[in-house]
Design a protein around this ligand. Sequence first.
Ligand code: ARG
Length: 595
Amino acid sequence: MADPIASLTGFVQNAIATSFGEEWRDADPVIRPANKKQTSADVQVNAAMALAKKVGKNPREVATAIVEALKADSAAMQLISDVEIAGPGFLNITLSTDWVAAQASTILADGTLGVLPPSKLEVIPLDYSSPNVAKEMHVGHLRTTVVGDSLARVLERLGHTVVRQNHVGDWGTPFGMLIEHLLEVGENSPEAELLETDPNAFYQAARVKFDTAEKAEPAGSKGDFNMRARKRVTLLQGGDPETLAHWNKLMDRSKAYFNRVYSTLGVTLTDADLAGESTYNDELAGICEDLESRGIARISDGALCIFQDEFTGRDDAPVPLIIRKSDGGYGYATTDLATVRHRSQDLLGDRLVYVVGAPQNLHFRMTWSAADKAGYIRPESTPIHVQIGSVLGADGKMLKTRSGDSVRLMELLDEAIERAEKVVAESKADMTDAERAVVARQVGIGAVKYSDLSVSHDSEYTFDFDRMLALTGNTGPYLQYAATRIRSILAKAADAGATPASAITIGEDAERALALKLLDYGAVVALVGETLEPHRLAAYLFELATAFTAFYEKCPVLKADDDAVRDSRLALCALTLQVLSDGLGLLGIETPEKM
Ligand code: ARG
């Protein structure tokens, strides 16, 4: 363990147990980073406050006993250079600078960067991205894709088994009309091509045909396109082979579209991760029968519904969760009863994570509570909704184009790359045009992703190109730039024949502050794995880059006074670069070679 808090915990627990008895060993020692405005110490231990009442002493007496026990423990004193009692009974601990230097050297040498597997390794089905077929992926899907992918990377890095579940909307009544439209325009026509370039346009064209047919007068002329579309739905649901073949054509085109978005974004999803609504089709009738026969669901107004006392509407009456409509069709909720059962019982998931827009929270709570009542969720499984906040335009409203349409994702990404080209063009780094194009893509996509990830996932955020592409402040390009700057220091050093030392030594405060920041990395990654909040990693990386800047201003590297100092500083640079690019990698952001 390299991070100071985790490393100190056992020693403080020992000190408490020696002073007050074994029964208090597991009491939370309440160890936190010290408030730098109040003290020059590194860590504060607040255990005495909570313990005092329980052991019948005042907090200062408790604190004194803990300090004495710590001081008598030679192993603890390897970490601690100073421990003081402050205020009513807080302990301020200053870490030994030699220990900090040794830990930093270790995580550089062993390559772990301080990231260690958690005590329990889990299987984690992870539902993310989950766009709808023949519909444009919108910025909401962009955010669930980016946040979900980062979570997948972090959880896998920690050693968990992630089972990606791209729950695409590939089933339901619109598919009748979509298939009929595809047949009319021809499967290889330019109109069909739209499925890959502008899926909304394809959808709208089908919709217009359907609606026009619905309204057609006289009534006798009604019933052509719309009747065929309806019949097609029935055929599709009945598994008619020819209809399924057409449906597959539609799917192939949609998959090509999704994959283009994913590869532009650099997202880890592949076709193997598709687990769309259609895959649950065969289970829905059985689920309805099962729930009805056990009295968990009942017919109301012709529809099969689950009423739960915990979910009431305005009149305090339970709101129904409809699992079979009066026309016999199944809905979104029915499918999600199936997803949670499958992920718990077949995939044997521990945490079952759904990265989906915040507005769907009630849907998930109602569905999971029903699934729970039905015994579909093993006690070992915990479903979790990682709520994704809406993405707003610069005007504070839902992001729309000027004409009021929803923004096409590919256009948005292309614009990000184009704007990044301008940013990169201004850089002084010497690059070929081809290299510049690569960097522009990394910077443009990195900027979009970072701005999605740096805000807590459940809060709304404003999509603003100028801000996300700025080279200063808490942005993706700033962090990428910080990394490339370190890379060029290391390259210059190599040219001068200097290599990073294998052991870091610390002389200056700025070196110490940077090394301490580096030691936190493992704990931050672990925390993201627990809380499923990637913005904590983003915030950490920004702090790290800031600590590096302060270090670089105070401590000359290539022009250091002597070679040993230079090589130790080079090692700090190397470790910072590794942590920065590893951390950006966990956010799904590439680190350019130059910038
Ligand atoms: N396709 C849905 C949408 O676009 C998201 C699906 C999320 N996953 C789930 N299991 N319901 O809103």
